[in-house]
Write a protein that binds this ligand. Structure first.
Ligand code: LRH
Ligand code: MN
Length: 392
């Protein structure tokens, strides 16, 4: 892979940042407030704009409707605020888990009021997506049960099929529905969309605009995520990723902080698929993290720079040589095709790409010298540090 080809791929590489990654989030054991945290959608979009300004590769921001759109606020206004900050509204995430009515589920709940509440909300989200010119409806369901026998899993499955099909048909033709799976939490006996197979079958029955979303934190410990990626790619059903890292479960830590080789292997399977098929895979790369301890903007810039680096390392794998070694069962040489690329320092090339695009060579350093953090700390700390939060 020569420099021009790599620069061409870096030009195309875009990763979406989540609005909730700029706000104070916590665990059930508490939330540590940060003086500079964003609490309004304006502040979240401003911070996302700064991350894009210095990295050049995250022009869209995922929004979580109940956290970012208050009742009565015209969605197009929010799109204009995004534009003012040099970004666009990306994936629209309905919230089908925090309202009291969702105690026994949302679309799958035996409680009709919950199903109606969920349906009205998703329809509102589709209208918001239209208003802000987003073509991504990203669905995650906390739906599940905590005890054997608590509910009829078959009926819940049928309700989910029905709901996804109804919402699919309500979407405009250019919109994609992303169906995200998760094996457990907050449900701890069964989760209605627990793995890639369930998400795949539900997406296929919903309709042609439905695809599967892979959140890297939503897998059992030893699961081979890149094999799932290969299967979804092969069936044209891979719609997007929520990137983060974890040591144990859905820890939502910063990408590449625990196992960078995992993300490299995922990017490798996508690059190898594109080389083998000659097809460009249309995938929405997104970050889904909660920055409970790290400075939120610094953590996001670190995440985006790491994603770009791992994407570039996977791009320089010698696919031709790899295919030959694989066909001859030359295991060591085949593996070394990946290890050689992974251990290649691509940062000088990325710095040159940044320079050639009028971007700072080191986005994190540029952010730290910008004075932006000092400015927002002065503006926001008063209101941020006054609100105490407790789980119970
Ligand atoms: C669920 C999830 C989902 C989001 C939420 C913030 O764990 O990954 O994607 O809605 O985190
Ligand atoms: Mn997610």
């Amino acid at each position: 892979m020569d420099r021009e080809q790599l620069f061409g791929l870096l030009d195309e590489f875009k990763i979406e940042t989540p609005s909730w990654g700029y706000a104070d989030t916590g665990t059930r054991f508490g939330k540590f407030l940060q003086p500079a945290a964003a609490s309004t959608v304006d502040e979240k979009l401003a911070d996302a704009g700064i991350v894009h300004k210095y990295t050049g590769c995250c022009p869209t921001v995922a929004v979580h409707v109940l956290w970012d759109f208050s009742v009565g606020v015209d969605a197009t206004q929010t799109a204009q605020i995004a534009e003012k900050n040099g970004v666009r509204i990306g994936s629209i995430n309905p919230n089908l888990f925090q309202d009291q009515v969702y105690k026994f589920g949302s679309a799958t709940s035996p409680d009709e009021r919950a199903r109606h509440h969920a349906s009205r909300h998703v329809m509102d989200c589709i209208n918001i997506a239209r208003a802000v010119k987003s073509n991504l409806l990203s669905l995650w369901f906390a739906d599940g049960t905590n005890y054997p026998g608590q509910d009829d899993i078959v009926s819940r499955k049928q309700r989910m099929h029905g709901a996804l099909r109804q919402w699919h048909d309500a979407m405009p033709d250019d919109m994609t529905m992303l169906v995200e799976y998760k094996p457990f939490e907050p449900a701890f006996y069964h989760t209605d969309i627990a793995d890639w197979g369930m998400a795949l079958l539900l997406s296929q029955s919903a309709g042609p605009q439905a695809k599967v979303l892979v959140d890297t934190g939503h897998h059992y410990q030893a699961q081979n995520i890149e094999q799932i990626v290969v299967w979804l790619l092969g069936s044209g059903m891979l719609g997007g990723f929520h990137f983060n890292d974890r040591r144990y479960a859905d820890d939502d830590l910063t990408l590449g902080s625990i196992d960078p080789y995992q993300v490299f292997r995922i990017f490798h399977e996508i690059a190898f698929f594109e080389w083998e098929t000659g097809k460009r895979a249309d995938i929405a790369y997104m970050v889904d993290q909660s920055h409970n301890l790290k400075g939120k903007i610094e953590a996001m810039i670190q995440t985006v720079m790491t994603a770009q680096e791992l994407f570039a390392k996977a791009a320089i794998v010698d696919h031709k040589r790899l295919a030959v070694c694989q066909s001859k069962c030359e295991l060591v040489d085949a593996e070394n095709c990946l290890k050689d690329a992974f251990s290649t320092d691509v940062r000088p090339a990325i710095r040159e790409w940044s320079r050639s695009n009028g971007l700072p060579e080191d986005a994190l350093d540029a952010f730290r010298r910008s004075g932006y953090l000092e400015r927002i700390t002065a503006e926001r700390s008063q209101k941020n540090m006054s609100s105490v939060s407790s789980y119970a």
